[in-house]
Each structure stands twice: as C-alpha cells, then as structure tokens.
Design a protein around this ligand. Structure first.
Ligand code: 13P
Length: 388
C-alpha cells in the first residue's frame, strides 16, 4: 500500500531540493512503464491524469488500474488530476481516487482565478486532497508541437504570487517563467530571476508545467529555485509513438496487438532518466517513512426507521438519502441494506479519512425527514480499506 498524501510528498521534495516527476498516464502501457521506472530507481512518483487526454480513454475505466498499480507499488505514489476544466470534474476525480487536483483557471483575470481556486481548496481540503494553483499562463497543448498552439505566454508576477498563495491556501503553485506545454522548437529561455523572487515570496513547493525539452542544466536550476514537481508528458508520447512506427516499419504485417510491444519499455527508460536527473531516485524509503499513507475508509452506520414514517415512503426517502450522501466530496460508494426486521445499515466508502470526517460534520445537515428516517443512529465502525 504505497499511496501517500501528495502534499507530504511535495514538501519532502521541496525541503530536500529535488523534484517529483508528474508523468502523464494515457494507458496501461504508460502506467506500467512509469511504475517500473519508479521501482527500478526507488523514486517517489506522481501519476498525472490530464483532462485534455480524456478524449483518448475512459477516465473512470482507467482509474481502477491506476489505483491498483499505486497500491501494489513498493515506492510512494500519488495520483494527480491535472488541468481540470471545472470543480465538478475535480469532484469526480477525487471520487475516482485522485489525491491531488488542479483546475486550470490561470487564463482568467487575477481575482477570478483567486476566488475559483479558493473554492476548489475548500472542496478538496475537506477530503485531505492537495491543491495546485496556477498563476500566469503556460501556453501550448501537452503532447503536441508548441508551434501548433502559439498562445500568449503570461509570466507569473512574484508580488501577485504571494497574495494568491496566502488568500487561496493552495499547497503548491504552478508558475509561468518561460516553459510551454508540448515540444518547443529550440531551447526555451527561462526567467530564473523571476522564479527566485516567486520562491522567496511564496515559500511553498513550485511546479513547472511543460517539462519536456529542457536541458539537464535547466532542470537543475529550476530545482535549486524551489521547483518540487515537474509535469512531463510530450517526451513520453514521442518515444512511445516512435516505437510504434518502428515496429510497423520492421514488420508491415504486424498484428495490432504487437505494435505497442515496446511502448512500456521506452516510457520506462525516459521516465527513469528524468527521475535520476531530478534527484528523486533513491528517495523512496525516506518518503515512505515521512509521508502519511493515503487510504480509503469504509464507514458503517446502523439505524432504525422511525415509526412516524409510513411504510410506502421508506424506499423514496432511502433513495434521497443515498443521492444526498453521494453528492458529498470524497464519497466513492453508498449502500443501504436492511439487516433485520427493524434495522438498516448504511455503508459509505470514502476516498480518505478526512472525507469521512467531513461527511460526519455534514450529517448534521440532513433534512428533518432524513433524520426521522435515520432514527436512533449509531456509528458502528469505520475501517481502512486496503483493497478495492
Ligand atoms: P509537456 O507535455 O510539455 O511535457 O508538459 C506536460 C504538462 O505540463 C502537463 O500538465
């Protein structure tokens, strides 16, 4: 069980001057290549699920595999939802098992970005989920040539960053200092002076988007100025696509199943290179010892139904109760069953202990009808789930 709190992992990297890689996962071959790299070099790793890629795969179908890979790993893993388009989608990601979220409102005016991010922090922190804000705008589309999406780069201002971090309560901040998403022609020019000022003004882990295509020296300098996470996808997509093309060229009659045979391996090699270069290699044991484990929690409540409720009203009220609980942040599954003549059990699976505690606070807001329904409630037990 090697899922850990992303915030703890970020702070460990920040304090010890190395950067976590947040590697974009688009299928099982990427997932196994990235996990193999992390195991080989004993590195903590962030599995990054980028909303713009959901057109390539079914997020809800892939997530159980991502969770299973994280849980069976011997190295520490966190799962991040990246560039979400709405708070609703972030809620969906938390429900599916992500323990870090980023909703990209960086293109909005400063105050709108601030309020939206602050609202996300309220929702996510109630579930113990880490939030990344972004200030300034990093243009481009991950996985594509940056030339295709020239969008205007807007640099992060250090003065704004300090206020943004203090007023939103974000755990980490993505900054715009010259990188772009996707592959740039030529080497990006990075504004280290600006980065140093942001670092000094914020004192929280900084994040670089558009990690592809920098020199070894550039990565080192970023890390020395407080960068604790580097988002990386395009270079992995490039080596994967090249290996499929080569396989195709080598055997023009190759079976469909054989075309991506080497994808996991080339993704592993490139991921491992980054982990070692960014200083994450060999850190797994200390991270596991110092970071809180992230575990789902199952909570069971037994209750009687008040005699004031007519028999025919019960199914409707039970359905409403389930629907109301399912809406709460971090609730993964709800199940009500009759245990004997008089008693019912309500079983709720939460993405974390924090989500369960939040739900119990919100329990006081049940409607009068629902309270009558759940007469004589007893909290019976809560257990941490080790498996799905
Ligand atoms: P690259 O695709 O440029 O590596 O960037 C990935 C990224 O920033 C995802 O958020």
């Amino acid at each position: 069980m090697a899922l850990v709190h992303l915030n703890d992992m970020l702070n460990h990297a920040y304090r010890h001057n190395y950067a976590l890689g947040a590697f974009g996962v688009v299928d099982l071959r990427f997932l196994s290549g990235i996990m193999q790299a992390a195991e080989n070099c004993r590195a903590p790793v962030v599995l990054n699920l980028i909303e713009a890629h959901f057109c390539h795969y079914d997020f809800e179908l892939l997530m159980p595999a991502v969770l299973a890979a994280a849980k069976r790993a011997a190295v520490p893993v966190a799962i991040n939802f990246d560039h979400g388009s709405s708070h609703e989608h972030a809620g969906r990601a938390i429900r599916a098992g992500c323990n870090g979220v980023m909703v990209d409102t960086s293109m909005l005016p400063f105050s709108d970005n601030l309020w939206q991010t602050r609202e996300l922090v309220n929702i996510a922190h109630a579930c113990g989920v880490t939030v990344e804000g972004e200030l300034g705008y990093v243009p481009g589309v991950t996985g594509e040539s940056a030339k295709l999406h020239p969008g205007e780069l807007s640099y992060t201002s250090a003065a704004e960053a300090a206020g943004f971090v203090a007023r939103t309560g974000v755990d980490s901040l993505a900054v715009s200092i010259g990188t772009v998403h996707g592959r740039m022609k030529g080497m990006p020019k990075l504004d280290y002076n600006r980065l140093a000022k942001i670092h000094e003004a914020t004192s929280i882990p900084l994040v670089i988007h558009g990690g592809t295509g920098l020199s070894d020296e550039q990565y080192r300098k970023l890390i020395s100025h407080g960068v604790a996470k580097i988002n990386y996808y395009t270079a992995l997509a490039e080596v994967a696509a090249r290996s499929v093309r080569e396989q195709c060229a080598a055997d023009r009659k190759a079976d469909y199943g054989n075309l991506p045979d080497h994808v996991s391996e080339v993704v592993r090699v490139e991921t491992e290179r980054c982990m070692r270069l960014w200083g994450a290699g060999g850190r797994a044991a200390e991270v596991l010892a110092q970071c809180k484990p992230w575990a789902e929690v199952r909570h069971l409540t037994l209750f009687n139904i008040s005699s004031a409720i007519a028999e025919n009203e019960i199914p409707v009220l039970l359905g409403e109760t389930v629907a109301a609980i399912e809406m709460r942040p971090g609730v993964r599954r709800v199940h009500i069953a009759k245990t004997d003549q008089a008693r019912y059990s309500l079983m709720v699976d939460f993405s974390s202990r924090e989500a369960m505690n939040n739900h119990r606070k919100l329990g006081k807001e049940l409607s009068l009808h629902q309270k009558l329904l759940m007469n004589n409630m007893e909290d019976t037990l809560s257990l941490e789930l080790q498996t799905q």
